[in-house]
Design a protein around this ligand. Sequence first.
Ligand code: AKG
Ligand code: FE2
Length: 319
Amino acid sequence: MGSTVYFEPIPWGMWSEDPAGFAAALGASFRETGFAVVASHPVASEVIDGAYAASKAFFALDKEAKGRYHDPDGAGQRGYTPFGKEHAKDKSARLPDAKEFFHVGRRLPEEAWTAVMKPTPSVREIETFDDDTYALYHALDQFGRELLRAIALHLEVPDDLFDGAVAAGNSVLRLLHYPPQPNAPPPGAIRAAAHEDISVITLLLGAEEAGLEVKHRSGEWLSLNPPPGSIVINCGDSLQRLTGGALPSTTHRVVNPTPERALFPRYSSPFFLHFEPDFVIEPIPSALHPEPPITADDFLMERLTAIGLVKAAAKSVSA
Ligand SMILES: O=C(O)CCC(=O)C(=O)O
Ligand SMILES: [Fe+2]
């Protein structure tokens, strides 16, 4: 038996030249690991650089300034979340992750804001922060919608099935900062503990700095270090639910740096592409193990409670 090559980059150009081939390669990678690497992606490097400069400038602010963008009742869905708030679902591993992050949400007309789709706080210390980070949000949103067409082709569902469901989706761009670790962290503390994403798909930039690991169904942890210019795509719980597990939401984590990289920070930026809150996640005809329909918002709240961002008693955040 030949050895399996995981995460072989799939060139984005293939989508226009050979759509069926691209959809098949993406689908095969998802079915094998829940993850795929797409090379030569269409997100402009100036857009990425602008957002990363804004992100680095934000995390360099002092604790007090950053704290002004933290909404303790907001379940971390918009603005800043300091160290120590998010943890793994597994109660035995409840050491907080060694990370802080900022969530950028969709811009909507004022009358469309709701308790679940709130405005993103405007960062006043950094003049271009709002626009530079939203430019990346927008680019990943567009790219993600195109990827969903390929996924629809692979699943043999109408190619616009996802389009209407995500056009005004509750998607979130997470700007992440994992600081350097000059001293070894406490035993069991890790940059990001093992978890699954709640999204439909996640588009992840920044994993060139090592640490991302994906749990293969064989139980083996696979390191994922994409080449420059590529992007990591993974299936989230919402796509797993829609496909009855055919496209799996795979457990992943970010491990601590090796001694040689311990003095380097790690900046990454997953874009969690979500359905609109009212969209009913109903199993597609080819679903492997269909589960009952549920609205995207109820599903999100169920999952946020499991990771500690929504307290069980505060579920009314969705009301
Ligand atoms: O930082 C990374 O590479 C991955 C982060 C991640 O998996 C998450 O925030 O959900
Ligand atoms: Fe994740």
